[in-house]
Design a protein around this ligand. Structure first.
Ligand code: ADP
Ligand code: MG
Length: 396
């Protein structure tokens, strides 16, 4: 993979950097600035080397046209605070204002263009459309740096096509992510344990198939646990359930048994009648979920069991909260897993936007984890052994 060094002297050059600033927002307030902080090493390194730094990123899911709700304005403000300089935000992505902002950049200065997903070509399936947009990005700069790890699994214009238009390299974040995640893919130290949870059930079920060939133990929590419990013949009330995946999951359970991979499921669950912070929470055994209740967290016995399965592992990967950690009453399972990882001697990787946010908002010291990935889908695809287009294009 080409690194920043390969770009040579960047002084006076305009460097277009793709970052991942897809931060959680509450109105126009950033509730977790982890991804912005993760982008700083590359931006400061380039700025200190005298580059004119033009950053591009996406935020949320605008529908391919400008939408003030998804403006990068809050990001520009926070980035400016963190960098200690005013960060100008262009009013458009590749229009007149972006050109003006790019042309006005001085050495060591950082500016932003507006949300790249304000242009439908950014995520187009049509190669020519993306290529045309990439030409417009390229016209703004001399060099390209790919540093938005959270999007490197997408063949999008600002991630993939642009790297074919300008001399390109991976930024510090992308480099560090690949370097760290490789600890789990290149001969991981064993036992290798993967903990999966969260709510993107069907997305993550596919991952399991691949992990069954790699991991020694799979601990299942969060929303997807209920499809597993159902596959084992338990009733799951009104919990998250992917009916059409039950047979697939039965297949996974069988494969796991044949391969000697241990799949650990919740033995107890915290249920509530509705999805609400103050809904009355009850602990029930996993085979006794009432019809009219939903499982919103793994129970205390499960939390203890999962912690014990993490403690002796040498490589530990966690993606997806164990429960609805945003609600205090349903945060215990996620806390227990985070604590067990933080205490473990093994190499610990946290992937997934919400999981990483959980670690921070639940008050854990990030330094007690070996690696907290900024990419959810990207880190999972990498761990599955898939080729990531945004990385492949940076090969030398
Ligand atoms: P990540 O971003 O770490 O990959 P996901 O986006 O897949 O994780 O899922 C995170 C969300 O999953 C959290 O907002 C959490 O509230 C939700 N969640 C976890 N367990 C459950 C559950 N049992 N029922 C409903 N939602 C859940
Ligand atoms: Mg998420």
């Amino acid at each position: 993979m080409k690194t920043l060094k390969s770009l040579g002297d960047v002084r006076g050059k305009t460097v277009l950097v793709r970052s991942d600033f897809n931060v959680p927002l509450d109105g126009d307030k950033i509730t977790d600035d982890g991804r912005i902080r993760a982008a700083l090493p590359t931006l400061t390194r380039l700025a200190e080397a005298g580059a004119k730094v033009l950053v591009m990123a996406h935020l949320g899911r605008p529908k391919g046209e400008p939408d003030p709700k998804f403006s990068l304005a809050p990001v520009a403000k926070r980035l400016g605070e963190l960098l200690g300089q005013d960060v100008v935000l262009a009013a458009d992505t590749v229009g007149e204002d972006a050109k003006k902002v790019a042309a006005a950049l001085e050495e060591g200065q950082v500016a932003l263009i507006e949300n790249v997903r304000f242009d439908a070509r950014e995520t187009s399936k049509d190669d020519e459309e993306r290529s045309a947009l990439a030409d417009e990005y390229a016209a703004l700069a001399d060099l390209y740096v790919s540093d938005g790890f959270g999007v490197v699994h997408r063949a999008q214009a600002s991630v993939y096509d642009i790297a074919q238009k300008l001399p390109s390299a991976a930024g510090e974040l992308v480099f560090k992510e690949i370097d760290s995640l490789s600890r789990a893919t290149d001969n991981p130290e064993r036992p290798y344990v993967v903990i999966l949870g969260g709510s993107k059930v069907s997305d993550k079920l596919g991952v399991i198939k691949n992990l069954l060939e790699k991991a020694d133990r799979l601990l299942i929590g969060g929303g997807m646990a209920f499809t597993f419990l159902k596959a084992q013949g338990y009733e799951v009330g009104s919990s998250l359930l992917e009916e059409d995946q039950i047979d697939t999951v039965k297949g996974y359970l069988k494969t796991a048994e044949e391969r000697g991979v241990e799949i650990v499921l919740p033995v107890d669950v915290i249920v509530a009648p509705e999805f609400k912070a103050d809904a009355p929470a009850t602990v029930v055994d996993a085979d006794a979920i009432p019809d009219d209740q939903m499982g919103l967290d793994i129970g205390p016995k499960s939390a203890e069991l999962y912690a014990s399965k993490i403690a002796d592992a040498k490589t530990i990967v966690w993606n997806g909260p164990m429960g609805v950690f945003e609600f205090e009453a349903f945060s215990g399972g996620t806390k227990a897993v985070a604590q067990a990882m933080s205490d473990a001697d093994g190499y610990t990787i946290v992937g997934g936007g919400d999981s990483a946010a959980a670690v921070r908002t639940l008050g854990f010291d990030e330094a007690t984890f070996s690696h907290i990935s900024t990419g959810g889908g990207a880190s999972l695809e990498f761990l599955e052994g898939k080729e990531l287009p945004g990385i492949a294009i940076l090969e030398d």
